[in-house]
Ligand binder design. Structure first.
Ligand code: PHB
Length: 420
């Protein structure tokens, strides 16, 4: 089914299909990126599901019998097949879904993690498939903090922790506070010693991602997860050097992780993600624009300094303050992430409800020669999204009901474009 809200855009005279050298080892052929997307196709043990049971299903056999659905002859594991399809356009940057750094900073059973051998092995299949298409794989690494499920942490013998003992108050749709109290795992602030554990685990997860064949990692500092809980002045009430007394203190943990990791693996392999204006996870975001803009300006300046010293990030990825059907409380329409361009001269990825607005897509990609656009929902429903954009073709609609179902349906069976 085609998306009737979308009018094909002509991107020919924009930077979109102009190659971009991101680092010494990454040259993209276009600026359309696959955004990190949680899909819950995992086996127990936080391992990406690479089973091949789907090959025996009649609906799958019907799918591959259609020549337009050119996924190749090879039999692949489930998650391997999904990423294979979406990296088929040579020189595509694929950001692999949020991957948990360690059990103690995890707390979801159904997402991938990267702290043990089987997790690495399973991820390796994905990076191999992406590389076979001459595309590139970045792994998004994340600690959950106060957005974890406290009962899972309790089951595994870990505390429910954040920068401070402040529960998600607004929009606690998952009832985390109640769960914490019921499972007798009340939220508490990380000790100074445990902050060292956060650093250790991020660094280990990044190295494991490289072992799994990734071209780099994206440190997830957005959407109200653990590192975002240190940046945010509402959540973070610490009085030590990781506290809220200054911008420097708020960003200390994050920058320490970045710098230590850069010293070990090189900054060309490290990207970062922020969602400055979002309130997901009860972050301050657009509720205090002057703090948000001042704080993130400071942070971008820190990255610009590093860039000028030869230790800048691969890119900074920003989630747009643009409303979509998931966040119906409109964010202030007059705020923009664009102040980053006055502070930071490296590569920037923007994501968040961009594609349906053709004029905005064109404006975004044309504003300078270092902007990329990440697509989420339409990369789910269009394995050949980039070809469709290149040829100004219509796109498939997505089915939200199968975003988080566990099998191959709504995952690897979205049709490729079929010439009439
Ligand atoms: C996110 O929405 O950013 C997200 C969701 C689930 C994860 C990690 C990140 O495990």
């Amino acid at each position: 089914m085609l998306e009737e809200k979308y009018t094909p855009i002509n991107l020919e005279n924009t930077n979109f299909f102009k190659p971009l050298k991101l680092s010494s080892s990454i040259t993209l052929q276009h600026r359309g990126v696959m955004a990190p997307l949680t899909r819950l196709r995992n086996k127990s043990g936080n391992i990406l599901d690479q089973s091949t049971n789907y090959l025996e299903e009649e609906d799958w056999k019907g799918f591959i019998a259609e020549p337009a659905n050119k996924t190749g002859e090879k039999e692949r594991g489930l998650v391997e097949e999904y990423y294979h399809q979406r990296s088929q356009k040579k020189g595509t940057l694929i950001i692999i879904e949020g991957t948990i750094i360690s059990s103690r900073f995890g707390g979801y059973d159904e997402v991938p993690a990267i702290f043990d051998g089987s997790q690495i092995e399973s991820l390796f299949k994905v990076t191999k498939a992406i590389h076979a298409n001459e595309s590139y794989a970045i792994v998004q690494i994340v600690g959950l903090g106060r957005q974890a499920d406290p009962s899972i942490l309790k089951r595994d013998g870990f505390s429910f922790v954040s920068s401070s003992a402040n529960y998600v108050a607004k929009n606690d749709i998952r009832n985390l506070k109640q769960k914490a109290l019921e499972s007798e795992n009340p939220l508490r602030a990380l000790t100074h010693e445990e902050i060292e554990d956060v650093k250790t685990d991020f660094i280990k997860a990044a190295k494991n991602s490289l072992k799994a064949g990734a071209d780099g990692v994206e440190i997830h500092c957005a959407n109200g997860y653990l590192l975002n809980q240190f940046l945010d002045k509402k959540v973070n009430q610490r009085s030590d050097e990781y506290g809220t007394q200054s911008f420097e203190n708020r960003s200390r943990l994050f920058l320490e992780i970045y710098d230590e990791l850069a010293a070990e693996i090189g900054s060309e392999k490290i990207a970062v993600r922020f969602s400055p204006f979002n309130t997901m996870g009860d972050m301050t975001g657009y509720e205090d624009n002057s703090d948000t803009i001042a704080f993130y300006s400071y942070l971008y300046e820190q990255f610009e300094k590093r860039r000028l010293n030869g230790s800048g990030p691969l890119y900074i990825s920003l989630i747009e303050p643009r409303t979509d059907e998931m966040d119906v409380e409109a964010q202030e329409p007059d705020v923009s992430n664009d102040f980053i361009f006055d502070k930071f001269n490296g590569n920037v990825i923007k994501a968040g409800n961009i594609l349906l607005d053709g004029a905005y897509t064109k404006k975004t990609i044309s504003q300078n020669d270092r902007t990329l656009i990440a697509f989420g929902r339409y990369f789910i429903s269009n394995p050949d999204l980039i070809e469709r954009l290149q040829n100004s073709l219509p796109i498939n609609k997505y089915d939200r009901d199968t975003f988080y179902t566990r099998d191959h349906r709504g995952y690897i069976d979205y049709p490729y474009y079929k010439q009439k």
